[in-house]
Design a protein around this ligand. Structure first.
Ligand SMILES: C[S@@+](CC[C@H](N)C(=O)[O-])C[C@H]1O[C@@H](n2cnc3c(N)ncnc32)[C@H](O)[C@@H]1O
Length: 544
């Protein structure tokens, strides 16, 4: 068995001359540098190494291997032809789209190519013929801009569904041309592929993956956007055409999101996936940037957050949140406080700290987690859970919404200001005193403080950032042995990796092993390729 945190090296190339294998470094992730390298040596090492495990490049790479075939790719890696693109920079091609990729782009191949090679194309769908222009060549694949959908796939594409004038330029959305049901199906496939590529578990250990939970709102749902802009350069500051009192937006100023496939900002005046109050407020925020443009010394990331109106007291907050119809405001001050209602619950949190960005789907998410925790088990042998540990708890979303179902709840979170918000939210929602406790710290520290929780009656809920859990956390999780582990994740690839480690790491000491009981994607970001994933693991005692 691989040790926790150990990454398996790629399988050896079949039929490859052994002498050429060391050309590639295994994708073990960032480790301590063994020797001092010059910049160019580092660049070369980076060029030759495989992408870091679970990085977006690695997700793409594994799906490219899926299209080309593992043996073919391994042979090319071994004989050094993996960088020999059959295509020139700026070459125009007509291609067949063969697969959707978890990154949101599509994978295409050319029937006329001199050798099998993948071209990564945005905004196109499996079964389509597309005309593209190559802009970069990489290992066994090229990147291209979409010029035209020559033959659309009528079973998937509906261009009349597109609601944003920036679609196909802005890097924010990938799937507006795809009817919603089909978006949900694609996201289910992302979960399937993630567990196939990263869990390192036998097929029998992966349960049937449920259909993706839809978002009630498919546009106007995003409760936070962060458009950004670059500060004027020296030359722009002295440009007589842009005097500092200019109230018109200079042509060079772009306030918005990144152009697809680049780090360049494109100007965005409206964002139809954002909530109505954010869309209404955006023009004023943009005008304010123009007015104060020459005071900015650095680029700025703005924030627009949908919120219930501020309230001066707890009672006023509860009253305001229960008033119908709700009025909303947009909080643009990074140091402000945002408030929102999720079902009957009210949450307040600092504007610049983490909170989920699609309020409409959160009741389905928390209800689902509750229903899975308390689902009757086939054996009926397990006691009903009484204790909840919410690791990576943020402002207390899961700890508080699930608190009525537990006797004792403990939450931990790195951000001290989120913990202050979580403590305040427990009071705001009248969680009985003494039932819930929050502490600021690294998630792994929680196991030191819940030593008196009975593991067989404890649920451990984890919702880490995109990079997933670290080795010390997983080691302690395995030592603690909560009866149920609910793993909520915004990155299904690191989730699959961690779930694989948990399952393989359990069962070695005869104290029971974890089984993956259920797996379901949630659509927190309609129109985009993003999928949130909820995995439920249950500890099965060997005697059962
Ligand atoms: C995806 S958010 C989830 C928050 C919360 N569960 C929610 O749904 O609102 C991940 C949270 O983990 C916190 N975090 C990041 N690294 C951490 C660590 N090593 N230990 C504890 N919390 C951490 C972040 O500050 C962030 O609030």
């Amino acid at each position: 068995m691989a040790e926790i945190g150990q990454v398996r090296a790629p399988s050896p190339p079949s039929g490859a001359p052994a002498a050429k294998k060391p050309r590639l470094a295994a994708n073990k992730g960032p480790g301590p540098a063994r020797t001092t390298q010059s910049k160019s040596q580092k660049r070369r090492a980076q060029y030759n190494s495989l992408p870091e495990l679970c990085s977006p490049e690695d997700v793409l790479w594994r799906e490219i291997k899926g299209v080309l075939g593992e043996d073919y790719v391994d042979a090319a890696l071994a004989d050094g032809t993996d960088r020999q693109s059959p295509f020139e920079y700026h070459q125009e091609l007509e291609l067949q789209v063969v697969a959707a990729c978890s990154t949101g782009s599509a994978l295409a191949t050319s029937p006329e190519s001199s050798r099998p090679w993948v071209v990564v194309v945005p905004f196109s769908l499996p079964g389509e013929t597309v005309r593209v222009r190559v802009y970069r060549n990489a290992r066994m694949h090229s990147f291209a801009d979409l010029l035209e959908v020559v033959v659309p796939n009528p079973e998937l594409r509906d261009d009349s569904a597109v609601q944003c004038k920036y679609f196909e330029s802005c890097g924010g959305c990938q799937y507006q041309m795809l009817p919603y049901e089909k978006q949900l199906n694609l996201k289910r496939d992302v979960v399937v592929k993630a567990y196939k590529n990263y869990a390192d578990l036998p097929e029998t250990a992966i349960p049937a993956i449920e259909s993706t939970m839809p978002s009630p709102k498919q546009y106007n749902y995003r409760t936070k956007i962060t458009p950004h802009f670059e500060a004027p350069t020296k030359a722009q500051r002295v440009d007589p055409k842009n005097p500092s009192n200019d109230t018109d937006r200079p042509g060079w100023l772009k306030i918005g999101f990144n152009l697809v496939g680049t780090h360049k900002v494109m100007d965005i005046e409206d964002c139809p996936i954002a909530t109505p109050i954010i869309r209404e407020t955006l023009p004023a925020v943009r005008a304010n940037v123009v007015k104060n443009l020459y005071t900015y010394k650095k680029g700025v990331s703005l924030i627009l957050r949908d919120s219930l109106p501020p309230a001066s007291t707890t009672a006023a907050a509860v009253d305001a949140a229960s008033s119908e119809p709700e009025t909303h405001v947009c909080i643009t001050d990074h140091r402000g406080t945002a408030r929102e209602k999720i079902g009957p619950w009210i949450f307040e949190y600092p504007n610049s700290s983490f909170f989920q960005n699609n309020n409409s789907v959160l009741p389905s998410l928390t209800d689902y987690v509750q229903s899975r925790i308390f689902a009757p088990l086939p054996s009926g042998a397990n006691p009903t859970p009484t204790h909840l540990v919410d690791a990576y708890c943020g402002a207390g979303l899961f700890a508080i919404t699930l608190s009525p179902h537990f006797a004792t709840v403990a939450g931990i979170e790195l951000s001290a200001e989120s913990i202050r918000a979580a403590t305040n939210n427990a009071a705001l929602n009248a969680v009985p005193e003494g039932k819930i406790s929050f502490r600021a710290g690294d998630a792994a520290d929680i196991f030191r403080t819940v030593g008196d929780f009975p593991p067989r009656e404890t649920v451990l809920l984890i919702d880490p950032p995109r990079k997933g859990c670290d080795e010390p956390f997983i080691k302690q999780l395995l030592g603690f042995r909560a009866q149920t582990v609910v793993y909520v994740s915004c990155n299904v690839h690191t989730q699959a990796r961690d779930v694989g480690m948990i399952i393989r790491g359990s069962g070695e000491d005869g104290k029971g092993r974890y089984v993956l009981e259920s797996l379901r994607g949630f659509d927190l970001f309609p129109q985009t390729a993003h999928v949130e994933s909820v995995a439920v693991l249950r500890l099965v005692q060997e005697a059962e």
